[in-house]
Ligand binder design. Structure first.
Ligand SMILES: [Mn+2]
Length: 313
């Protein structure tokens, strides 16, 4: 492997840890997945696709890579799901403490357990925006609490978890699920205000966990468990842009790319989605400085949880 590999082949001057605003961690872990294996090859397929992507974002009129993206070496701990979660927790926390915008590419969804734990320790009143076809709320699955089917159990206990795009779950998960904060795909299909309804549930600091199987299999077939009835590309981007504009997104992960050598469009979608999210992050930051500098910044106030609801009581 090329020693000096950078994200998307960007020049080394934009990939140095010291100056990069963003750090990209890769966790090629796929030990607990139940159906189609292959999420361990996700990060490599994502990076390959990124290297073939044009780096000017038309919509935001920006070249976000110039803010610097540092690619770290793989987190390859896989002796047990628990050890992997610990290793991810350690690495993520390390880079948050270096004041970086930390992003993670999986791997199966269990990698998010350690990630969310680290963000929850570092940011007050954290919301986790979980975009997924699956609820992932089992306390334990196949003998481990660090199974992919348990990815959001701890987040549901410790953070303000808001789930979007859900269309497959076990009946036992209805017992722990907070129904006000779950947006089922069949309801979203008939609610033109779902995006604003989701954002109303989010506190100031938001971590986004994006399972690619949230997307419709017609645009994202290369994932472990493709479920019909998912999100489409432009509604996903519109929604993410709103979230990045109206809340302080503190980091995100993208998981469950299960590459198929015959089908490259999924890899490319994952690559574009990552770059779009970074473009929204850093172009909304410019807007913040220009437009909100004299504002009270109420939406970023960490004490504002449920404020909108209270006003109307
Ligand atoms: Mn899923």
């Amino acid at each position: 492997m090329n020693k000096n590999r950078t994200y998307a082949g960007i020049p080394e001057e934009h990939s140095k840890l010291e100056t990069a605003k963003t750090v990209l961690l890769r966790v090629p872990y796929d030990e607990t997945s139940t159906w189609q294996k292959g999420a361990d090859r996700g990060p490599e397929a994502f990076l390959k696709a990124s290297e073939n992507m044009e780096l000017y974002d038309i919509e935001t009129d920006s070249e976000v890579y110039k803010k610097g993206i540092h690619l770290t070496s793989y987190i390859s701990e896989n002796s047990s799901p628990e050890k992997m979660v610990e290793a991810v927790h350690f690495e993520v926390k390390k880079y948050i403490n270096k004041n970086k915008f930390v992003t993670i590419f999986g791997g199966e969804h269990s990698i998010s357990i350690g990630t969310i734990r680290a963000f929850d320790e570092c940011f007050n009143n954290l919301s986790v925006l979980h975009i997924d076809a699956h609820a992932d709320l089992r306390k334990e699955y196949e003998g481990s609490t660090c199974n992919h089917a348990c990815a959001m159990y701890e987040a549901n206990q410790n953070t303000n978890l808001v789930q979007v795009g859900i269309r497959s779950m076990d009946i036992s998960e209805t017992l722990v699920m907070n129904k006000d904060k779950v947006f089922f795909a069949h309801d979203m299909a008939v609610n033109e205000y779902w995006m604003d309804d989701v954002i109303d549930q989010l506190t100031g600091n938001v971590f986004i966990s994006f399972d690619l199987d949230a997307l419709d299999p017609s645009i994202m077939p290369s994932t472990g468990t493709p479920e019909p009835g998912g999100l489409f590309y432009y509604e996903t981007l519109e929604f993410l842009k709103k979230v990045f504009t109206e809340r302080n997104v503190v980091g995100f992960d993208i998981v469950e790319l299960c590459p198929n050598p015959q089908e490259k469009s999924s890899d490319f979608l994952a690559a574009k989605l990552y770059y779009k999210m970074l473009s929204y992050k850093f172009s909304s930051e410019i807007e913040d400085e220009e437009e909100y500098s004299e504002d009270t910044n109420s939406q970023f106030n960490q004490l504002s949880k449920f404020k909108d609801n209270d006003e109307y009581k």
